[in-house]
Design a protein around this ligand. Structure first.
Ligand code: ATP
Ligand code: MG
Ligand code: MG
Ligand code: MG
Length: 477
């Protein structure tokens, strides 16, 4: 293509070369200086216009948001902080933009407003940085697994299995909505929704992933995942991306080691590759923090938080030990935690998770060995008869970022647990088969990709780290 990316020009700092750049106008000052952006970096390229020799009609069309092609010579920058400018010899308007109507005005817009114009928010510095970081993180994830010989296995989006046994699934229907199949009692028969079979959008690729691991040894999935989360939290989406590695011959410790290594690897990768974007996001947060009273401001800035996460071993402890810590925190008038005193066996709420991470240990935490009642049927039962070999990784500002376990490979134990919970064994005959023929110890986990992006970008709401968020009442585009 006959264009050079702005990031490359600014980084090389070379002058006296003829170039063509294309991008969108951020600002145009004094009929002379265009700040041009092409999405490769938040740093705009300054275009110096020879306004005396430029058609006034053309000058009028250089407005905020317009798409331009500019040819000219690279010169040492007139402005501070920038290496080079382009002295324009020709400017072509590729697309006009009415400055009165352009939704992105030269002022700070709220994130809520930008969510309503998700089609244009990519053009802001904040979202440019977020989506470049997101891109890097997804590449880093593949690189990490590929370097270690994992096979990227694509698991189905449409499936009849509901790994979590939860009710958070979206039905897939192909029947005529005007004339749906009916049950004997006259209700819509969802059991027939996919060519005569009940199916849903995947809530996790894990069960299928286990089948792959039972032959390929190390696999991972990385794909969209769907949960009908009918709530409005800042940590849940109805459509999110999940990374799910599954490893044969791994126990819970191997599993936790791999997860910690992965998280550190991808954070380091993003810090190397997108330093400028993360610095920008860090500064953005500092500006936000200045609005808060001193005591509410966080001690570390975003860059320091990420570095801290790299420099420290994640704290590892059991669920039972965590409950003891949370109980002890109660006398310090932390009323929130009181219900935990009532008993071992309750699931942690995100405020408990964040208390452990942010106040108690002040670093990421890996919690293991949860009560079996609050975890899924496929997790390996511990000898105490009460807990399973589960692990959750908890991150500052996020809470749960990873959920995983060693899987139950013993057919008798697995069947007994399925019976207890009431999961029909005949529907999962294929899953049980892997235990019948060479079943072996294995483990895996699910990493919520958007929660990772949240952590690395320091953003506060998960809707702001996915290009087109899906949440109740939001599915137009
Ligand atoms: P939570 O307790 O936060 O609802 P979960 O325990 O239901 O999460 P898992 O089934 O363990 O989630 O899924 C694995 C990972 O996927 C989680 O650790 C989290 O990072 C991510 N995740 C789960 N649900 C969502 C969601 N609705 N939106 C975005 N990410 C999610
Ligand atoms: Mg959940
Ligand atoms: Mg959970
Ligand atoms: Mg979980």
């Amino acid at each position: 293509s006959s264009r050079t990316k702005i990031k490359a020009l600014l980084e090389s700092g070379k002058t006296d070369i003829d170039v063509t750049v294309k991008g969108w106008v951020r600002t145009f000052r004094n009929n002379q200086f265009i700040a041009l952006n092409d999405g490769s970096t938040n740093n705009n390229l300054q275009i110096v216009v020879d306004f005396e020799n430029t058609d006034p009609a053309l000058l009028k069309r250089i407005t905020t948001g317009a798409a331009l092609s500019v040819s000219g010579k690279l010169v040492a920058s007139l402005g501070k902080g920038q290496s080079v400018d382009v002295k324009a010899t020709s400017i072509e308007i590729l697309g006009d933009s009415d400055p009165e109507k352009y939704p992105l005005q030269p002022k700070k817009h709220s994130l809520e407003f930008l969510r309503e114009i998700a089609h244009l928010r990519f053009r802001t510095n904040t979202f440019g940085a977020i989506f470049r970081v997101r891109n890097t993180l997804s590449f880093a994830i593949h690189t990490f697994f590929q370097e270690r010989g994992f096979v990227y296995l694509h698991t189905p989006v449409i499936t009849a299995s509901d790994a979590e046994g939860a009710g958070e699934t979206f039905h897939v229907t192909n029947f005529d909505l005007a004339n749906p199949p009916k049950t004997e009692t006259g209700e819509i028969d969802f059991k027939q929704d996919f060519f005569g079979r009940a199916t849903n959008l995947t809530v996790s690729g894990q069960l299928e992933g286990e089948l792959g691991a039972m032959a390929l040894s190390d696999i991972y999935t990385f794909g969209p995942t769907f949960r009908a989360e009918n709530s409005n939290t800042t940590r849940h989406l109805a459509e999110f991306w999940m990374i799910e590695p599954e490893m044969a011959f791994y126990d819970l410790k191997d599993n936790a080691d791999l997860a910690e290594e992965l998280l550190k690897y991808v954070i380091r990768y993003a810090l190397d590759k997108n330093k400028d974007d993360i610095e920008f996001l860090s500064q953005r947060l500092l500006d936000e923090e200045k609005q808060k009273p001193q005591q509410d401001r966080s001690e570390l800035n975003l860059l320091e938080k990420l570095q801290f996460c790299l420099d420290n071993n994640f704290e590892r402890l059991t669920y039972t030990e965590a409950i003891e810590i949370l109980k002890e925190s109660t006398p310090n008038k932390k009323k929130k935690f009181q219900y935990l005193i009532e008993g071992w066996g309750t699931d942690l709420q995100s405020e408990h998770e964040r208390y452990l991470v942010e106040k108690h240990f002040k670093k990421p935490v890996i919690l293991t060995d949860y009560p079996k009642e609050i975890k899924s049927f496929y997790m390996r039962q511990n000898d105490d008869g009460k807990t399973v070999a589960a692990m959750d990784i908890l991150f500052p500002g996020i809470g749960e970022i990873v959920g995983g376990s060693q899987r139950e490979e013993r057919l008798d134990k697995l069947e007994q647990r399925m019976d207890e919970i009431g999961i029909p064994k005949d529907e999962l005959w294929w899953y049980l088969d892997t235990r019948r023929y060479g079943g072996c110890p294995h483990a895996g986990f699910g990493l919520g990709f958007e929660r990772l992006v949240l952590f690395v970008t320091g953003m506060g709401n998960i809707r702001d780290v996915i290009p087109f968020p899906r949440f109740p009442k939001n599915a137009e585009f």
